[in-house]
Design a protein around this ligand. Structure first.
Ligand code: FE
Length: 201
């Protein structure tokens, strides 16, 4: 069989266990809230992650300038602003402009924890009760959060993460990492390189 010739500069595919065995891979985001990065795409400004919220956890009120999709893997949750509950197996679409506050509580079924896959485009802008911005998250802040958590686990050369330009940097980092999961995460980050740089090499 003739091997398929891939386009030059194409980025490596990703096929990893979404829910990690290693608890350390979950990045703390807020009290009782964690995210597990799966794809941090600096080309499109989007990211895919699992969100894990344990009961009484709250993801503060936020607005999405762009759209979000989600799939509930485990447990159930709700938005304070709506009367529906997202349960295991539910698909969720959050339209641009939507404002909501995610909670896992008795009213959402009393599960001890939920895990949901989210694909987020652009940013999450946190807002106060008057709808005024109080902070934001985007793919770059997620990378920074992930990087900060990485530094608790292993010593990584700062420049190798900050440049995000070369998959070849990963093997050098592997020797410094204790967890195979970390390698996957670094590969994901390194693969999110600007298209222009990919085709210059
Ligand atoms: Fe949201």
């Amino acid at each position: 069989m003739t091997p398929i010739r891939q386009l030059p500069g194409i980025q490596p595919e990703i096929a990893i266990a979404a829910i990690p065995d290693d608890e350390r891979v979950w990045v703390p985001q807020a009290p009782k809230v964690w995210f597990r990065p799966l794809l941090l795409n600096t080309v499109t400004g989007s990211w895919c992650n699992l969100l894990r919220v344990r009961q009484s956890g709250v993801l503060s009120r936020h607005i999405h300038p762009s759209w979000v999709t989600g799939y509930v893997i485990r447990g159930a949750w709700r938005y304070l602003e709506h009367d529906w509950v997202a349960r295991e197996g539910s698909f969720v679409y959050e339209p641009p402009g939507e404002i909501h506050t995610l909670v896992v509580d008795e009213a959402s079924g009393g599960d001890t924890e939920m895990i949901t896959f989210f694909n987020i485009h652009g940013a999450m802008v946190y807002v106060d009760e008057a709808g005024q911005p109080t902070g934001y998250e985007d793919v770059f802040s997620k990378i920074d959060e992930d990087k900060a958590e990485n530094h608790k686990l292993c010593t990584l050369p700062e420049s190798s993460i900050a440049t995000q330009t070369c998959i070849a940097a990963v093997p050098d980092l592997v020797a410094n990492c204790r967890s195979a999961e970390m390698i996957s995460r670094l590969a994901v980050r390194a693969s999110a390189i600007p298209v222009t740089e990919a085709f210059e090499t």
